[in-house]
Design a protein around this ligand. Structure first.
Ligand code: HEM
Length: 486
């Protein structure tokens, strides 16, 4: 039987159906969802899009784009991937935490470690990331770090003692250098126990810095036309060869001579780590993870310490409160047990990192997806700017003010404060970083006062971890000097 022809008042589907129509149309089908459109954003200039805006000031550009276009912005840039800027902390939580498994680190982050056949934790994804995080994360827990805390303290004291030569000289020292030597010493001592000679530490500092420059260019180049020569390529590759040879040597030496009974360090913890099926890490995995850990913990901690020292000098009231807290510890060297007695120090470090705020984290959706009602194609670079989120007046009272007390007083949206990231991929070395910062600041402030060069104003300097333009130039003075130069 042929179905009755729709009458003119019932053109077979679209409603409203004529109630007299004999055909049972069933429930009216939902209209197909209208594909969400890409987020709004500037048109940009021909060929270069909004690139000049980003290059002019990568820190302030997200604020400008947010004020003009809202919390999700499409930023036109030359290259293969869409760049989508996200400024809403709820959406940040969605990307980094609630729907973290829908996103990967993306090509840009993989490029950082393209020299490694086994991608280390900070840039791996999927099952390999899960396996390694499960294996390594427990090694960075409170109890394990307590075991390495004497090594951390020892390395810090040795380094900070050497700064004595600058006291009273009146010559400014760029603290970025001494903090980098210190953080490298701490990482290598807590990893390998052995006291590594100064020359090797200097070489390691240079190698990891060079690698970072080279890696930054490699990251940027993932979205640029292929085949362009990269600045730093030769030096970058030489740095990687140095790093590989050094780490191979450290592992070889450990395999040849075990730690004495009762000894514990990060290398040993990694060597002892086994999968559920009893499988330990291969030598290649081990080297690459050590590489990733040093890279993750070296300049990040050094720059955060420079920012903290600068902020303390510019805010003597905060420095005085901090010194009272430190004095209450007594004179004994700090221990892991003291960390709970230093809540203000913790807040000072957090507040310095809030204002330091880097310009970019990124994630890449594995499939086409939606964010805040906008379409985000798979393979896009979802760009989150800690700098902008950390000083968004909708989420921070008086955001430009250095005010560590806010962490005890105000409710902080976790998507608006992410110096260590957020969600399942939050910094694995965060506890180590806080311990290192606490020991370093306690030890340094017991021995010295730091005075910034006259007229110095901290300004953001783009790098893998944000530094200050001109470094951190300070003169050093005894802690109880009657009057320090201003
Ligand atoms: C002040 C110092 C530090 C800062 C500001 C910092 C910051 C961060 C941030 C923001 C992330 C997440 C990046 C993202 O989600 O894309 C991260 C991840 C990571 N960090 Fe740190 N970090 C610091 C110190 C350390 C230290 C001392 C170590 C270890 C020795 C370390 C090891 C790692 C590792 C392994 C990851 C990757 C975690 C994963 O993807 O599962 N970090 N760090």
């Amino acid at each position: 039987m042929t179905p009755p022809k729709p009458t003119s008042s019932c053109p077979a589907a679209p409603a409203p159906a004529d109630p007299r129509c004999p055909v049972d149309h069933g429930a009216r089908p939902a209209p197909p969802p209208r594909p969400a459109s890409l987020p709004p954003g500037p048109r940009g200039w021909p060929a270069v899009g909004a690139l000049p805006l980003l290059l002019r000031d990568i820190y302030r550009a997200p604020e400008r784009l947010r004020d003009r276009y809202g919390d999700v912005v499409r930023v036109p840039v030359p290259g293969r991937a869409e760049l989508i800027l996200v400024n809403d902390p709820d959406l940040v939580v969605e990307v980094f935490n609630r729907r973290a498994s829908d996103y990967g680190k993306g090509e840009m982050n993989y490029a950082l470690f393209s020299s490694e056949r086994h991608l280390p934790l900070p840039v791996s994804d999927g099952e390999p990331w899960k396996r390694m995080r499960r294996l390594l994360s427990p090694k960075f827990g409170a109890r394990q770090l307590e075991a390495v805390s004497p090594l951390v303290r020892e390395a810090i004291e040795e380094r900070i003692d050497r700064w004595q030569e600058h006291v009273g000289s009146g010559r400014p020292v760029d603290l970025d250098g001494p903090w980098s030597d210190l953080t490298m010493s701490v990482l290598l001592r807590s990893m390998f126990t052995t006291r590594i000679d100064d020359r090797t530490i200097d070489e390691a500092v240079v190698a990891f810095r060079t690698f970072a420059y080279y890696a930054a260019f490699k990251m940027i180049a993932t979205n640029a036309p292929r085949g362009l020569p990269l600045p730093y390529q030769r030096r970058g590759e030489r740095a990687i060869r140095w790093i590989h040879a050094f780490l191979d040597r450290m592992v070889r030496e450990r395999r040849a001579a075990q730690l004495p009974d009762g000894g514990s360090d990060i290398l040993q913890m990694l060597l002892d780590a086994v999968d559920d099926d009893g499988r330990p890490m291969t030598d290649e995995e081990l080297r690459s993870e050590l590489f990733g850990l040093i890279f993750g913990g070296f300049e990040t901690t050094a720059s955060a310490l420079s920012w903290t020292v600068a902020m303390l000098d510019l805010h003597p009231d905060v420095a005085a409160t901090l010194d009272d807290e430190i004095a209450a510890l007594g004179d004994a060297p700090p221990t892991a047990a003291d960390l709970d007695r230093l809540p203000y120090l913790h807040a000072v470090f957090d507040e310095a990192q809030r204002l330091q705020g880097g310009p970019m984290f990124s994630r890449t959706p594995i499939e086409d997806t939606e964010l805040g009602g906008h379409r985000v194609p798979r393979g896009s670079i979802v760009w989150i700017s800690p700098y902008a989120l950390h000083r968004d007046p909708r989420h921070w009272r008086d955001p430009e003010r250095f005010d560590p007390a806010r962490f005890a007083r105000d409710e902080i949206h976790k998507g608006a404060f992410l110096p260590f990231g957020l969600g399942p991929r939050k910094c694995m070395g965060m506890r180590l970083a806080y311990m290192e910062a606490a020991f370093a600041l306690v030890t340094a402030r017991r021995r010295y006062r730091f005075r910034l060069a006259p007229g110095f104003v901290p300004r953001h300097q783009f790098h893998i971890s944000t530094g200050m333009k001109g470094g951190c130039p300070v003169t050093l003075h005894p802690p109880r000097a009657a009057a320090l130069p201003r």
